[in-house]
Design a binder for this molecule. Sequence first.
Ligand SMILES: Cc1cc2nc3c(=O)[nH]c(=O)nc-3n(C[C@H](O)[C@H](O)[C@H](O)COP(=O)(O)O)c2cc1C
Length: 181
Amino acid sequence: MAKYIVINGSTRKGNSYAIANFIKEKIDGDVEIFNIKDKEIGFCQADNACKAKDECIVQDDAYDLINDLEECDGAFIITPIFFGRLPGMVDALIDRFYSKFNPAKEMKAPDESKKIGIVFSYGGGEADYTPVAEHVAFEFGVLRFGAHKNVMCSENNDPKGFESKDDQQSQINELISWVCE
Ligand SMILES: Cc1cc2nc3c(=O)[nH]c(=O)nc-3n(C[C@H](O)[C@H](O)[C@H](O)COP(=O)(O)O)c2cc1C
């Protein structure tokens, strides 16, 4: 059975939480939701121990997730935008991808069949957060995700915003079909 991982980067039970559960309900497969707020995620120690040992010395929930992300068939990251960028707790998780980044050794190229769906939930309606999403896609490339699509869920300050927005729900449905095709 295909295995998918959905990362929810929000600390509240709001739109990202609802979108993550919406995705899980729609996928016919093994889906794990990784709620960042419930997880133990240590900072990257930047000690380069991973370059000698080929694995991170911080063995917490991020360690397990990163190994699962390497093995899975596809993934989604659903996160709020804070001050025009990713929230700190999401960046702390992504920094840990460094344990798989080792240009001194032969790194496998990203695999185009391994897809990441990137979803941002935010309060405004005008700003274009595509450059932030493109950077997230680059970071997931370290874990060999070779294709990505972005969905922007704007005007979602209300934690229940997504629940009443048909256009956002249909964009998420299209994203699910693309990641899982
Ligand atoms: C610390 C903080 C910073 C925020 N900065 C932005 C921002 O720069 N642009 C924006 O449109 N919304 C911003 N927001 C609003 C959130 O992105 C918005 O409420 C989002 O939908 C929350 O997602 P959630 O419901 O999944 O928690 C900010 C919210 C917080 C708490």
